[in-house]
Design a protein around this ligand. Sequence first.
Ligand code: 0PR
Length: 361
Amino acid sequence: MQAEPQAFDRVLSSMCTEPHPAAREAAERFLATNPGDPGTYPRVAALEEEAVALLGEIASLGEPAGYVASGGTEANLQAARIARERADGATPNVVMPESGHFSFHKAADVLGVELRIVPTDDDRRADVEAVRASVDEDTAAVIGVAGSTEYGRVDPIPELGAIAREVGALLHVDAAWGGFVLPFTDYEWNFEHAPVDTMTIDPHKMGQAAIPAGGLLVREESLLDELAVDTPYLESTSQATLTGTRSGAGVASAVAAIEALWPDGYAAGYERARANAEWLAAALADRGYDVVEPTLPLVAADLPTETFEALRAEGWRISRTGSGELRVVCMPHVTREMLEAFVADVDRLAARPRAAVSGDD
Ligand code: 0PR
């Protein structure tokens, strides 16, 4: 096999990034271990406890419990599953802003719970009054997003927590992407800021771990019991994860990345990413494009379809929001030089007449 993975030098809309060198090395070393069988692979099992402890530190959770999941999708699904198990009624529902990730649609489908989607406000954050109007005694969970996929917005988590508590629902925070930058901001998003019960926080996104490394944190260990099944022929007695065999690479690389970068490396990375996002937003606004003001390091801007297509044809790995805006995620591999080259291409390609764009030059 001669194939090489593609380079990251034109990847602008992904939430994946180059793993930290220590994470890459740890992933390779632990590639063949299975944290799903701690009786056989105790070293990686011990590393998983460390990973959860470190994630707890990042999210201000005093006595952390949780596990390293395959990604944000699994963590979100498991959080919804915990809530469903805790709910009293026969027809539980989960309330989420429209900015929530599509993984919750999968979760609702698999779990057979009703997903109630409520509008966002003018700043693309969960509309608190709409959430309040949607919850009822059958609400199992209220979901808040801390770093939304399309616009990088942070929902008013304490307000959502208060609503959840009023109706006896759990509060789940999806910080899959935002969790590794939010500690360096003034946002209220973590376990100390609000009555958060469960949280998704993924090392394989801003955390710079290797894929697969998602994170599920729960406030009380007993919440994990809702997920546990007996494992009769393993030396361990029960398993709370959704997948059985799991990659030790994700677990080991999560620990390696966090040990290398928390907190100073992540803080410096966040400052760089924020400066890049602000620079790009200003550069696009200067050129007359409508730009959604970045809050976390993610820029959305309205580019004409032809320009967007021409940029893709030049090899830029870019994608769009549901409403069609270009979406640039300032991940650690996204440098100022990359963004300058990108903006230079925007200028060049936007200036071209239509016919030339679709031509084969
Ligand atoms: N929650 C949020 C807020 C997310 O943004 C994502 C993924 C998830 C949960 C699900 O996480 P997993 O994909 O780890 O299961 N958001 C990205 C997205 O949908 C995922 C992604 C990553 C897409 C890299 C493309 C890509 O190249 O845009």
